[in-house]
Design a protein around this ligand. Structure first.
Ligand code: FAD
Length: 374
């Protein structure tokens, strides 16, 4: 049989796309190398920040606002709590470009944002310690998504809407044409249109079409620390982004008593996505311990750490586009460590691109042609 659409990769982006396509009546096959949600890609570790006053640039705001609406809709449809409104604080020197972008985004789109001096922030959150010249821009309506639960929710709805999902079936190659052919170890599948949402494996997969995109799979580490719930519990302490001249960190209050969670956003080691990730090690913890000791000094001991994969583009903006030479193949990749919050809206956009050839969202920032992909 020839499917209307095949989606390769039913992770953060692909599972949402599969749902919106199946809901619109398309005959959809989703293929995944694992069984989402799983711990092999970019979507494990319990929590993801969603913030609307966007430090990466105000042009992301309409997209993330739409994502926020769709997360609420998903909660209603599944009767699950997926979003926790913990608020998010953006911390750094006032003239840092990220902090400037947060403030500009809030002003342009009339988003709630409260600015605190270091002393005011310490009074509001007694578990926090900041140098005097730092500011905390607090977005009270932002918060945290329960990442695996979000994927489970879309998976359930996609299957109910009639999508087919084959798990533990890795795609080995793609052959383009008016009917696209997708080869796995078990079978060859055909479809009129194809969506590639393969996360850290996108570059490898597109190479089977002789297309090179500059998306680099990268090893990232994150960890949980024991925390006093009176200081760092989810009802008291917000999620956070700290921006320095040469580094940036993000993290979460203690949610469900799990402890303070912390990761470093910049840096990381380029990897082969098929090789087992080097496990979280003592030296991975040192940098995180130094950060937490300085800014949340009343934290407790390191509980444990984990590893995960980012897919980095050179400019850290996403790729969401038709492939220039193949107008029935759409790619969404290179989410560069800040994509999960958008995944509901990315799913909707991908469905729109396949169904209508265009989207209501402005996708000009995400064009593959900016890299002159071959
Ligand atoms: C530690 C960490 C913290 C993060 N924090 C945040 C945050 O706070 N806020 C935020 O917005 N974002 C955050 N992100 C980023 C966000 O999680 C990612 O941008 C997002 O999950 C990427 O989604 P994806 O669909 O591209 O990849 P994935 O969710 O990994 O999905 C890709 C899927 O494709 C499948 N696949 C790959 N190759 C094949 C193949 N050949 N055949 C079949 N299936 C295949 C994989 O099995 C996988 O299921 C974080 C990421 C990490 C790792």
């Amino acid at each position: 049989m020839i499917y209307d659409v095949i989606v390769i990769g039913a992770g953060s982006m692909g599972i949402a796309a599969g749902y919106y396509l199946a809901k619109s009546g398309k005959n959809v096959l989703m293929l995944d190398a694992f069984d989402p949600p799983h711990e092999e890609g970019s979507h494990h570790g319990e929590t993801r920040i969603i913030r609307f006053a966007y430090g990466e640039g105000a042009s992301y705001v309409p997209f993330v606002k739409r994502a926020g609406e769709l997360w609420k809709e998903l909660e209603t449809l599944t009767d699950e709590t997926l979003f926790l409104q913990t608020g998010v604080m953006n911390v750094g020197e006032e003239n840092h470009s990220f902090i400037q972008n947060v403030k500009a985004s809030a002003k342009l789109y009339d988003l709630a944002l409260e600015q605190y001096s270091a002393a005011e922030a310490k009074e509001k959150w007694p578990g926090l310690s900041l140098p005097d010249h730092y500011v905390a821009c607090f977005e009270p309506t932002a918060g945290v998504l329960r990442v695996e639960a979000c994927i489970r929710a879309y998976r359930k709805l996609a299957l109910e809407a009639g999508a087919t999902l084959h798990t533990n079936e890795k795609v080995q190659s793609i052959k383009a044409g008016s009917v696209v052919r997708v080869q796995t170890a078990k079978n060859v599948y055909e479809a009129k249109q194809l969506i590639v949402t393969a996360g850290a494996w996108a570059t490898e997969l597109l190479q089977t079409l002789d297309i090179t995109i500059p998306v680099t799979p990268t090893r990232k580490t994150f960890a949980w620390f024991e925390a006093d719930e009176q200081l760092y519990g989810e009802d008291i302490f917000p999620a956070y982004c700290f921006e320095f001249a040469d580094s940036s960190y993000y993290g979460f209050p203690s949610i469900d008593g799990a402890g303070l969670k912390l990761g470093r956003h910049d840096g990381g080691e380029a990897i082969n996505p098929n090789a087992p990730l080097r496990p979280f090690a003592e030296h991975d913890a040192v940098d995180l311990q130094n950060f937490i000791q300085r800014f949340m000094p009343q934290h407790g001991a390191l509980k444990y750490g984990k590893t995960c994969k980012y897919s980095m583009t050179p400019d850290e903006d996403f790729i969401i586009d038709f492939l220039p030479k193949h107008q029935n193949i759409v790619i969404a990749a290179g989410f560069s460590g800040h994509g999960f919050k958008f995944s509901s809206a990315v799913g909707e956009v991908l469905a729109d691109l396949v169904l209508n050839g265009k989207s209501k969202q402005d996708l000009s920032l995400f064009k593959v042609s900016r890299f002159h992909a071959q």
